[in-house]
Design a binder for this molecule. Structure first.
Ligand SMILES: [Zn+2]
Ligand SMILES: [Zn+2]
Length: 139
């Protein structure tokens, strides 16, 4: 076992942390939430060929460390996005399932107004609003 570790240095802890760092940078650069299929496609393109199990394991790890967030957008595939992003919402296409992010000042303003007008003694501390419709290509 020990000899093998000296002669073969590839499937080591190093390659695991390398794929982890690559995944984090993929998520950081992505303008939208990603699915496992999309992540895998990008990894293959970069020549980092990994099986699905490895990718799932790394994603679980990133989720546990709260580096990425799992989104429940009622789409066919589960999407993930980097956690430390400015507040935003999603536009989800009912046709091609493409997801775009959106920041809306009028929406945030009306939620703040709603909060101040609630007479239920309820205080809103966070909200989750997603928009479903048709993208430019699917309309
Ligand atoms: Zn579409
Ligand atoms: Zn909002």
């Amino acid at each position: 076992m020990k000899n093998q570790a000296i002669t073969k240095r590839s499937p080591s802890q190093n390659s695991k942390s390398a794929i982890r760092l690559t995944l984090i940078s993929l998520f950081q650069k992505a303008p939208k939430p990603l699915t496992v299929v999309e992540i895998r496609k990008q990894l293959l393109k970069m020549g980092i060929v990994r099986n699905k199990t490895t990718i799932y394991r790394q994603i679980d790890n990133l989720l546990r460390h709260k580096i990425i967030t799992k989104l429940d957008l009622s789409t066919r595939a589960i999407h993930y996005e980097i956690s430390n992003q400015p507040h935003h919402h999603h536009l989800i296409c009912l046709g091609c399932q493409k997801i775009q992010t959106i920041k809306s000042i009028p929406l945030e303003t009306s939620i703040i107004k709603l909060n101040s007008r609630l007479h239920h003694g309820f205080k809103i501390t966070k909200h989750q609003v997603e928009f479903y419709g048709w993208c430019k290509n699917c309309r």
